[in-house]
Design a protein around this ligand. Structure first.
Ligand SMILES: [Zn+2]
Length: 160
């Protein structure tokens, strides 16, 4: 695995590396893969748009790019669909309705954890380590990991 952090957000590295240890990130034997996961943490300049993060996981070269909007103002509420509910009738032309979850992002670190987890979900599904390669499931994984990160961080703070 190759991990590079091009931001000043160094305090999140132990948490991220710990999470990565739980999964397979290198596939040296399989010629079809013959790949290792590359992760880049970067800043994004999205102006004062309301977008907090952008990211992607590219299967072709196992590249994961996680970027946080340098201009984001905190705290901000991250609200994303994490599932859907089938309906008997149409709702805004769709036979289903999204179920949303939300969490407060307090700083760039928390935003980066969220986008990292979201993209990690896509990687895990593409490498058959998880099932359900949907945006909703990636969002759900993002919220779960963010809450875990917040909990660990709060414990550390309470010791000080
Ligand atoms: Zn996604």
């Amino acid at each position: 695995m190759q991990f590079e952090n091009f931001t000043e957000l160094k305090s999140i590295e132990p948490f991220i590396l710990d999470e990565l240890k739980k999964h397979k990130t290198e596939f040296p034997r399989n010629r079809k893969f013959g790949k290792e996961l590359t992760i880049n943490l970067k800043w994004a300049d999205l102006g004062d748009s309301r977008a907090s993060v952008v990211g992607y996981f590219r299967y072709k070269d196992f590249m994961m790019n996680c970027r946080v909007n340098k201009n984001a103002l905190y705290p901000l509420i991250k609200k994303m669909p994490v599932g859907s509910k089938k309906l008997n009738s149409f709702f805004f032309n769709k036979p289903f309705r999204y179920i949303y979850d939300q969490e407060v992002l307090n700083n760039h670190e928390e935003a980066m954890i969220w986008v990292f987890a979201h993209e990690l979900w896509h990687f895990l599904c593409k490498t058959k380590q998880a099932k359900g390669n949907f945006e909703t499931k990636a969002n759900k994984f993002g919220f779960e990991m963010l809450r875990k990160y917040k909990e660990i961080n709060n414990k550390v703070y309470s010791l000080l």
